[in-house]
Structures are given as structure tokens and as C-alpha cells.
Design a protein around this ligand. Structure first.
Ligand SMILES: [Fe+2]
Length: 455
């Protein structure tokens, strides 16, 4: 019995083509079924992480509900995405969710936005969450299974079962590898395990930082899914609650980072994600919070929120645009795609305002101005240099730092101190990107005082 990342269920050629392309691009293990019966009768897989079920052909909402219930019966544990025709209303979506759908996408959203990319990458990629082997303590009992990612075939191998003790030989074997993986449903158990280990020493504080970082990642994903979900009449209260929760976690992460001698390293070693920069947002936010705190620019918590939300508009971009962004091919964008890409800060702000998130003026400026430059060659509004908020420049600087620090598969992880120094040098050399006042505040944090820049 095997695990399948994605089951695509549709008899529509165009639908399958879009879904297959996406599955291949993200290297998912997937299988396409041309009929629902074929999918329902396939017993090859023990678990299907995500099911993408095409219901756009259904004429009535009752037909959609029936198919959803049937799919839920055979795929109880799967994340079930139902794609419905654009004529369906919010009421139908709510009923479909009650029938077991995890998410309802409108047909036009499925074909022309990048929500599907984000949702699939989040649900399938984050089906397993990386944790540090050094965060396991010898002699403690775990209540969740842990997995090892086998590099040869990218498969997860269960290496510890619930109820087992963490033994010395186990740690000796897996500590050199550095990371083990949890299933997403074990996340709360991991939070409990780590919280119970809390002590005052530096190692425990570092463990707490990593935990807060994972929690922020987790909550931010849920918030993003909610902000991007236009199919249902999800209450604004729920959005606000989630937003407040993310805000609180930003504060807690910041507090935890303050207690550590080299917080930059913690963030660098905790970052995950590969969907353009949206999945990177929690790492960028953590860098931005630190830099805001240390360089005394803006309110660190607000800067973190701005950094988190700045690229949420990616969900509205067309699949061809996000495909190129994901593959670091901004140069390859055609005129139309480039225009669309340059509007993403506006899309981001609109997404938040549509959900009535209580954003301060400072957060709004960060979202709108994080791609503006002092030489007015940025986007979307080519704002005058003296009108660009320093907080927005700070977020862009951290975005650059994060791009440098991302671990490419097979590459050696660069030291964060070196990356910060490199960034300081390039920011100083390049005219027209950041204001001199902003650089004078941030360079001292990015690089030591005795560096040639300050001599
Ligand atoms: Fe952006």
C-alpha cells in the first residue's frame, strides 16, 4: 500500500492538462482518473494526501453535494478540493464544505489564478513538517511518529513510532542528518512535546524560537487560505481572529528571538517553502522583525505583519506568471505578465481590505511600497523617494537577504553572517535602491562596525 500526493479526478481534458502540468512542476506523485468511479474503486493507495475533484460539469448544487460526500467516504483523511462552476453561490460553497470539502474553488479561479498552486504546495508539501533532531531529548517519550526523508527517492521512512522513547543510538544515528519530519496532524502533539521541555538555557530558548517559527508558518498558511477563499461567505470575524492569532505569534516569536545570542541563525536554519516568495513570507517576516528591532525602524510587530502580507496578491496572478517567478525567471515574463507582476502589491492590499483585516497605515504602506525604489524605477506607483516608508525598504532588504539564504537542493547552506555582509556591500554600492538615511540605520546591524564600509 502506498501514499499518493495528488489524485486528479476529471473527465475534462483541459482540467486534467492544467492539473497534470502543475503536479509535474511541483514533482508530486500523482494519478489522473477520468471518472469518479475509477477513483472510488482504486484501492492501490493507503492514503491520498490531496484530491482535486472536478465538479464543474454538475448542473445543480445537489449533484455537487452528492459527489463531495461520496469522495469524502473513500478519501476520509484527504484534503479535498472541489472545483465548481462559476454560477454557484456562497451558500452552495458553505454546504459543500459541510459535506466534507476542505476548499471550494470556482472554475475560473482554478484556471486563471495561482490559488491551486499555493493550496496544493501547502497541503502536499506541508503534509510533512521538518523539525530539528537536536530538539529531541534523549529518554523522553514521543506521542507521534517521526520520519526520515530518504534523499535517493524523496520518500518518507517512519523511524520512530508513537509511545517510543528517544534513545541514544537513535540520536547518534539521526543527529548528523539534522532534520526529521512530522506529519501535519501531529503538529499540536509536537507543540506540546516541545513546550513541556521548556527550560531557561540557550538550547531551550533556541528550541522555543523554532517552535514559534513553525507555529507562525502554520497559522499564516491558514490565514492565506482564508484570505484567498472567495467561494464562501466565511465570516469577517474568523478572518480577524486568525489575523490576531498571527499577530500574537509574531510578538511571541520576536520575544523568543530576543532571548537568543544569534537570532539570525535560528531563522536561517528554520526556513522552509518553495512557492515563489509567498511561502517564504514567515522567514522574511522574522528577518524583518529582527532588523526593525535592532535598527530601530518602525514597530517590529507591524513590520512583520506587513512582510507576511506583502505578497499575498500572488494568489491572483496567472499560473504562467507564478510559474516563471517560481523558477526565478523574472526576465522571461512577457509584457502582459510583467504588468500583472508589478501590480501584485495592489492585489495584496485589496485581498486584505476585502477581508476587512484591521491594517494600520504603516502596514498598508509596507504592502504597497515594498517594491518602490528611491530612483523611482520601482513599482507599482513609482513613489517619490521621500514618500517611501523606511519599513517598506526594510522588508525589501529582508526579501533580498532571504533570496540569498534559501537552500537550493544539493547546495551548501551559506552562513547568515556572510550573507548579511554581502547584502550590506551590494546595498551600499547600488545607487537609487535605498535611501542613505535608511542605509545608515541598517548597515550597522547587517555588518560589524570594523568592516571596510565603516572604516
Ligand atoms: Fe512582492
Amino acid at each position: 500500500m502506498k501514499v499518493l500526493d495528488l489524485a486528479i479526478v476529471s473527465d475534462n481534458k483541459k482540467f486534467r492538462h492544467r492539473a497534470n502540468f502543475l503536479a509535474q512542476d511541483f514533482h508530486f506523485d500523482y494519478k489522473a482518473y477520468s471518472t469518479v468511479d475509477n477513483f472510488f474503486c482504486d484501492e492501490t493507495y493507503k492514503l491520498v494526501t490531496c484530491v482535486l475533484l472536478d465538479c464543474s460539469f454538475c448542473k445543480t448544487s445537489d449533484d455537487v453535494l452528492e459527489l463531495t460526500r461520496d469522495a469524502k467516504k473513500v478519501a476520509k483523511e484527504s484534503y479535498l478540493i472541489i472545483v465548481v462552476g462559476s454560477m454557484f453561490t456562497a451558500d452552495t460553497s458553505n454546504a459543500v464544505k459541510e459535506a466534507g470539502a476542505s476548499l471550494v474553488l470556482l472554475e475560473n479561479e482554478f484556471f486563471s489564478s495561482s490559488k491551486t498552486e499555493f493550496v496544493l504546495s501547502q497541503t502536499i508539501r506541508s503534509a510533512f513538517i521538518p523539525v530539528k533532531t537536536c530538539d529531541l531529548i534523549e529518554g523522553t517519550k514521543v506521542s507521534f511518529p517521526l520520519y526520515h526523508l530518504m534523499p535517493a527517492n524523496s520518500r518518507f521512512l517512519k523511524v520512530i513510532k508513537p509511545g517510543m522513547k528517544v534513545r541514544k543510538d537513535f540520536l547518534e544515528r539521526y543527529e548528523p542528518i539534522g532534520e526529521l519530519y512530522l506529519r501535519r496532524e501531529s503538529f499540536n502533539a509536537w507543540v506540546k512535546y516541545s513546550t513541556n521541555l521548556a527550560k531557561e538555557d540557550e538550547l531551550s530558548v533556541a528550541r522555543l524560537c523554532r517552535l514559534r517559527f513553525l507555529q507562525l508558518n502554520h497559522s499564516f498558511t491558514i490565514l492565506t487560505l482564508l484570505i484567498g477563499d472567495q467561494s464562501s461567505g466565511t465570516s469577517f470575524n474568523k478572518g480577524r481572529q486568525l489575523y490576531e492569532n498571527v499577530r500574537e505569534l509574531c510578538g511571541e516569536l520576536l520575544t523568543a528571538l530576543k532571548g537568543i545570542s544569534d537570532p539570525w541563525t535560528i531563522v536561517n536554519n528554520s526556513s522552509i517553502g518553495d512557492f515563489g516568495s509567498l511561502e517564504r513570507a514567515p522567514a522574511i517576516a522574522a528577518y524583518a522583525g529582527l532588523l526593525s528591532l535592532q535598527a530601530k525602524i518602525g514597530d517590529p510587530e507591524e513590520v512583520m505583519i506587513g512582510a507576511l502580507l506583502a505578497d499575498i496578491g500572488y494568489l491572483d496572478l496567472s499560473p504562467s506568471t507564478t510559474f516563471k517567478i517560481r523558477n526565478n525567471d523574472i526576465q522571461g515574463l512577457n509584457a502582459e505578465e510583467l504588468m500583472e507582476y508589478r501590480k501584485h502589491p495592489i492585489f495584496s492590499l485589496n485581498q486584505c481590505l476585502n477581508r476587512k483585516l484591521p491594517l494600520s497605515d504603516s502596514i498598508k504602506s509596507i504592502i504597497l511600497q515594498s517594491h518602490e525604489r528611491t530612483d523611482q524605477t520601482g513599482f507599482p506607483h513609482k513613489v517619490r523617494a521621500d514618500k517611501i516608508a523606511e519599513e517598506a525598504m526594510l522588508v525589501r532588504l529582508c526579501w533580498e537577504l532571504d533570496s540569498k539564504s534559501q537552500i537550493r537542493f544539493g547546495a551548501i547552506r551559506a552562513e547568515i553572517a556572510t550573507l548579511k555582509e554581502d547584502l550590506a556591500h551590494s546595498a551600499m554600492k547600488e545607487k537609487g535602491n535605498y535611501s542613505p538615511e535608511f542605509l545608515s540605520k541598517t548597515l550597522g546591524v547587517l555588518q560589524p562596525r570594523n568592516s571596510p564600509i565603516f572604516s
